[in-house]
Design a protein around this ligand. Structure first.
Ligand code: ASP
Length: 647
């Protein structure tokens, strides 16, 4: 695939000849008043990360930003003069702007004024869905039929997500359906420690065709991505939201073309979205999001059939092959009476080829029930349990790309559950005794009532345990089936509370259990902002190491910096700096913390900021520099700190 990317947010009049813009296409916003003040030039990550439309919003509206990566496939195709479906470069955004069920032009105009035609797209209001989704579409060039996609294209998508990870709340990938399950599986492994929602979708009928399924798939994917933190690579298709590495394409013509045969869907799409939070697979490492792009292409899928010859085996397993998914019969069986085949498998295994045993059945898992299954393990073949062929082969590619892992470790990882892709042992029944006892006394019995009760009681009990600093209780609530990632009525997680309480051990525990650092509460505050608000630097550092970053309006951060400077709180300024804020960020009056500190005569802060600013001569909206403020209050000590070169 070409590495060219068209950032297609330009307006109708310019989109015919789409300019090749990068992520800087969000630039029109700068004309709207929330201008960015880079500390280290225009590529400064802090600058971009905080780009926001906050000052343009009615105070009650929450927005989330979603980046759509359009790779090709039926979904975006249009009919040419001969009524043949083809991908037309740069046409998707242009068309979407004309469809009021995919873009809210009135909101865009109110929000972005005259720049609305160039601005990002806005998903129309959906009843019951809190966040307005602001989205931008990155169109790949050329647009690909997914049958033509390769490992390089997965790397392209993964890198695009990585490059813009901090600027968006979630990602939607538009993709052809034919190899969509492979891409979803591959990305699930490549995106390590993913903390944000990634949804891949496509359609059976093009998005602008009258009977399209593409419009529903697309808008549902957008609204889920913009409203739920599901730190997984998911596939949204028809009425299901599925774990990506569990999906297979099951039909060429059914609108429910994908299934997840060995894993219950994470969500059901009906009139409402029913997302089951307990099914979300959460990364439980204290590590930042990274992309593993080094995928080994010397892998393959070998499907057994009666009378397959040993020469087929020999040819297939020959170098440079390094990893093979053997699609065996039933629950993992091969013909144990075929010594010729067994010999080929043994020889390859001894050469270091990793052979993974997966079943040909779409449903079920390999297990050593029969002698014909046991024989493979003795030859060094690794059980792949209930992995789909797509997951198994892409996982092999990922694992083999880990150059510093030993062969033994790679084999161990192949049979371990690393992204929810396999069920290695039968799931343990969670202990619901507590909820059941309360349910009995309230005469509640249906599964829906029980789960409602759990959803009501657990967050409150969890919050109380966090406030009390009671780690033992948190662990026992978890054992009772509480979802540690659950939110209360203010959309606050236990992690928000633990950060606000400054309780490092509990923050650590919650992060180890995969609680997301990206959930914003009703006031748009993340756990990181809570940690900043109590100046807990160790917690700030821990959150950053899990991929947390500042979000929201830069101006709002500017206001807070100025307010800290006015109060004389050097510690707060340091907390913001540690969290990634640019200390030179301006507030709505164009003032920086340095202006305010100078005005208030806070010597220690001025001294600190002068050392940390690239330019100490910035002017506020009154045209005044920080030094001029110091002169106005005739504070000699502060004036001296500006040195001779200042104005
Ligand atoms: N051949 C198309 C593709 O995978 C089919 C589709 O998009 O549904 O790109």
């Amino acid at each position: 695939m070409s590495t060219e990317t068209n950032e297609t947010i330009a307006g109708d009049n310019s989109s015919e000849n789409q300019p090749k813009l990068g992520i800087n296409s969000w630039k029109p916003l700068e004309h709207l008043g929330d201008s960015l003040s880079p500390k280290n030039g225009s590529n400064n990550a802090n600058m971009r990360r905080n780009a926001s439309f906050g000052n343009m919003l009615p105070s009650t509206t929450k927005e989330s930003k979603v980046r759509v990566i359009y790779t090709g496939g039926t979904i975006g195709m249009m009919r040419n003069e001969s009524n043949v479906l083809i991908p037309i470069p740069n046409a998707l955004v242009k068309m979407i702007r004309k469809y009021p069920n995919m873009h809210d032009q009135a909101y865009a105009e109110k929000r972005f004024g005259t720049a609305a035609g160039m601005a990002p797209l806005i998903l129309p209001f959906i009843d019951g869905i809190p966040n307005r989704v602001v989205y931008t579409i990155t169109e790949y060039n050329p647009l690909l039929d997914s049958s033509n996609m390769t490992t390089d294209d997965w790397v392209h998508i993964a890198k695009d997500i990585h490059q813009s990870y901090e600027f968006f709340d979630a990602f939607v990938v538009l993709h052809g359906t034919d190899t969509l399950a492979y891409t979803a599986s591959a990305l699930s492994f490549m995106l390590e420690n993913l903390g944000k929602t990634v949804i891949i979708t496509g359609s059976q009928i093009p998005i602008f065709d009258t009977r399209t399924d593409g419009k529903d798939n697309f808008t549902t994917a957008l609204s889920i991505a913009g409203n739920y933190v599901i730190p997984e690579v998911c596939v949204l298709f028809g009425n299901k939201l599925m774990r990506g590495n569990r999906t297979i394409k099951v039909s060429c013509d059914d609108l429910n073309a994908f299934d997840s045969p060995n894993n219950v869907p994470i969500g059901r799409i009906g009139i409402n979205y029913e997302i089951d939070y307990r099914l979300i697979f959460r990364p439980c490492n204290i590590s930042r999001f990274v992309v593993h792009a080094d995928m080994d292409v010397n892998v393959g899928l070998l499907r057994l059939f009666p009378s397959i010859t040993s020469s087929t085996f020999r040819a297939f397993l020959a170098p440079p092959m390094k990893g093979v998914v053997l699609q065996s019969f039933g629950s993992g069986n091969i013909p144990s009476n075929r010594k010729d085949i067994l010999e080929e498998i043994r020889a390859a295994s001894e050469r270091g080829v990793i052979i993974v045993n997966c079943t040909q059945c779409s449903n079920g898992s390999v297990a050593e029930i029969y002698d014909t299954g046991k024989v493979l393990k003795a030859l060094g073949v690794v059980p792949g349990y209930d992995m789909t062929p797509e997951a198994a082969v892409t996982k092999l590619s990922y694992v083999l790309g880990k150059r510093d892992w030993t062969l033994e470790y790679k084999k161990q990882v192949m049979q371990s559950n690393i992204r929810g892709e396999l069920t290695a042992e039968s799931p343990l029944m969670e202990d619901y005794d507590l909820i059941e006892a309360v349910a009995r006394s309230l005469h509640l019995s249906s599964p829906a009532e029980l789960s409602q009760l759990g959803a009501t009681l657990f967050p409150a009990m969890l919050n109380a345990a966090v406030l009390a600093g009671d780690i033992k209780k948190i662990n026992s609530l978890k054992a009772y089936g509480a979802d540690l990632s659950g939110v209360n009525h203010d959309n606050r997680t236990a992690l928000h509370i633990a950060c606000h309480e400054g309780n490092l051990p509990i923050v650590n525990l919650l992060l180890q259990h995969g609680v997301s650092v990206h959930i914003r509460d009703r006031y748009d505050r993340t756990p990181l902002m809570e940690a900043v608000s109590v100046d807990h630097h160790e917690i700030i550092q821990l959150l950053l190491s899990c991929g947390a970053h500042l979000t929201g309006s830069m101006r709002a951060i500017g206001e807070q910096l100025c307010s800290a400077a006015a109060r004389g709180s050097l510690l707060r300024l340091q907390s913001f700096q540690l969290a990634g804020a640019d200390l030179a960020q301006v507030d709505h009056s164009g003032r920086t913390a340095l202006h305010v500190a100078a005005l208030h005569g806070h010597v220690e802060i001025v001294e600190y900021l002068v050392k940390n600013y690239d330019d100490i001569n910035g002017k506020d909206k009154l045209g005044l520099t920080a030094l001029q403020y110091a002169k106005m209050i005739e504070h000699e000590e502060v004036i001296k700190l500006f040195g001779d070169g200042s104005s």
